[in-house]
Design a protein around this ligand. Structure first.
Ligand code: PLP
Length: 501
């Protein structure tokens, strides 16, 4: 790209001169390349104590500007120790964060070109690229063509929009009148006992009332029971409530179970209830033909969300939301003050109409870069490898009498716990055998995370303290998975024998 006229490097404007930008930019990228190498030998879970970072920083902003180099040096000295390394190959906690180097470069690019896509005219590129990449993703996952997409920051934001649209479908008057004028019946929302807490928050934020979220019982494999759902909805109808929406999950947070979406869709269709499918983590697996069945029934959903920032190598944050009735979503949220009116509105999509947020980052860019850099085949290869590694790990757990697997492994998360033989574990706890096992696994997790080599998280299943081993980091290989398993066994043995505190 060439430019005539004044050299911005001369620093005539208030920004960093171009020559300095070039120099510091190179330094930053070099620093990052080093950091990626350095980070491998440093703790995955940050070891700083609460308040330490704050204490190391001055209480007020400097009056005089400082050189970028000095700021970067402080970043390294003060902040790096407080970074929990989500992109470390030994990161196995929660769900992965979709990191990749091309994705990170794309985020830099997106910020540097400074796009804010509230209106088509404020960024035709960001607006139209968003359409294009969401169509690519829709096709790659085998979603219906009628699903129109929009990018939000997170699945939490997506479910708020899904439920608000469901409410607009049922009771458009709420937009003007609010909920206060409604009769005694309440809007009800349903999800399984294992659905993500973002559903609770959506119900709270929309003023529907937390008590109006009904958690439906699950079967032995942690999947929502459609019979229990139908019963709950019918009960509510008899009581004069208004069943609003069901949130089904494909890949629940604790155990990655898959709710039976086709049967749930039947229940919803028979009762006129909105169906939102939350596939925040596991939806990405549908790029694999052999995993497509995980999304069976989704073609009957009213809305759907998948997070490329979880398991598609796209840096946080980028959540892809699809809706069959985007017209209703626009009706629920559309509002154009004079200062945002434009002449081309009838020909274009203004992203501000597809939700409560006005300003929009150029998020589509990183998904575009990731999809192009790896290609769908490259993404499939990586996901297949993660699935293979999860099966391998699950096999090791199954074969070891000192451990047990506590849930099926449909994707790349293994839920398991140690079951040490003998009295060593029980001796330390007064809560009987179940309490002793929970206590043992809690101590095992703390020891693993203290090791600095790996980071795992936990959940609770039917009163059992369970460790979750979540694979999905682009840099994780069999070496780290095997190393983690060796460490888990070694630490469990040490705890059981009392050679570790
Ligand atoms: N849904 C499921 C199934 C999740 O596991 C999570 C987070 O882990 C969420 C929703 C919320 O994701 P986000 O952080 O994008 O709001």
């Amino acid at each position: 790209m060439t430019r005539t006229g004044a050299d911005p490097g001369a620093g005539a404007h208030g920004d960093m001169p171009a020559s300095e930008f070039r120099e510091e930019g190179h330094r930053l990228v070099d620093w990052l390349a080093e950091y990626f190498r350095w980070s491998l030998d440093n703790p995955v879970l940050s070891r700083v104590k609460p308040g330490a970072i704050r204490a190391a920083l001055p209480p007020a902003a400097p009056e005089e500007g400082e050189p970028f180099e000095r700021i970067l040096a402080d970043f390294e000295r003060v902040l790096v120790p407080g970074l929990t390394q989500w992109n470390h190959p030994g990161y196995f906690a929660y769900f992965p964060c979709g990191f990749s180097s091309p994705g990170a470069l794309a985020d830099l690019l997106s910020t540097a070109v400074s796009q804010q896509a509230m209106l088509w005219r404020t960024s035709p590129a960001a607006t139209e690229l968003e359409d294009v990449v969401l169509a690519w993703l829709r096709r790659a996952l085998g979603l219906p063509e009628e699903f129109e997409g929009v990018i939000y920051d997170t699945a939490s934001t997506a479910v708020v929009h899904a439920l608000a649209t469901a409410r607009h479908a049922k009771a458009p008057e709420v937009r003007s009148l609010g909920l206060t004028g409604r009769g005694p019946g309440a809007f009800r929302v349903y999800c399984s006992e294992h659905a993500h807490s973002s559903v609770d928050k959506a119900v709270i934020v929309l003023g529907l009332g937390h008590d109006n979220l009904r958690r439906i019982a699950v079967d032995a494999e942690f999947r929502m029971r459609p019979d229990a759902l139908a019963q709950a909805i019918d009960e509510d109808l008899r009581a004069g409530h208004t069943p609003l929406a069901v949130v089904a999950t494909v890949g629940t947070t604790s155990v990655t179970s898959v709710d039976p979406v086709p049967a749930i869709a039947d229940v919803c269709a028979a009762r006129g209830t909105w169906l939102h499918v939350d596939a925040a983590y596991a939806g990405a697996a549908a790029v694999l033909p052999e995993c497509r069945s995980a999304l069976a029934g989704v073609e009957r959903a009213d809305s759907f969300v998948v997070n490329p920032h979880k398991w598609m190598f796209t840096p946080f944050d980028l959540s892809a939301f699809y809706c069959r009735r985007m017209d209703l979503l626009r009706a629920a949220f559309g509002l154009t003050p004079e200062y945002l009116k434009t002449s081309e509105t009838s020909e274009v999509r203004n992203l501000m109409d597809t939700g409560f947020q006005l300003g929009r980052r150029f998020r589509a860019l990183k998904l575009w870069v990731v999809l192009r850099y790896f290609g769908l085949e490259g993404i499939r290869e990586r996901l297949r490898e993660h699935l293979r590694l999860a099966r391998l790990f699950a096999g090791w757990v199954d074969e070891d009498p000192g451990f047990e697997r506590v849930a099926p492994v449909p994707f790349s998360v293994v839920c398991f716990r140690a079951r040490p033989q003998g009295a060593g574990a029980a001796a330390r706890s007064g809560g009987g055998e179940a309490g002793a096992l929970n206590d043992f696994n809690e101590r095992l997790l703390a020891a693993l995370n203290d090791s600095g080599e790996i980071f795992l998280s936990h959940t609770s299943l039917d009163g059992r303290y369970v460790l979750r081993f979540a694979i999905g980091n682009i840099r994780t290989t069999e070496v780290e998975v095997r190393g983690a398993w060796d460490r888990i066994r070694e630490l469990a043995r040490g705890l059981a024998e009392g050679t570790r505190p």
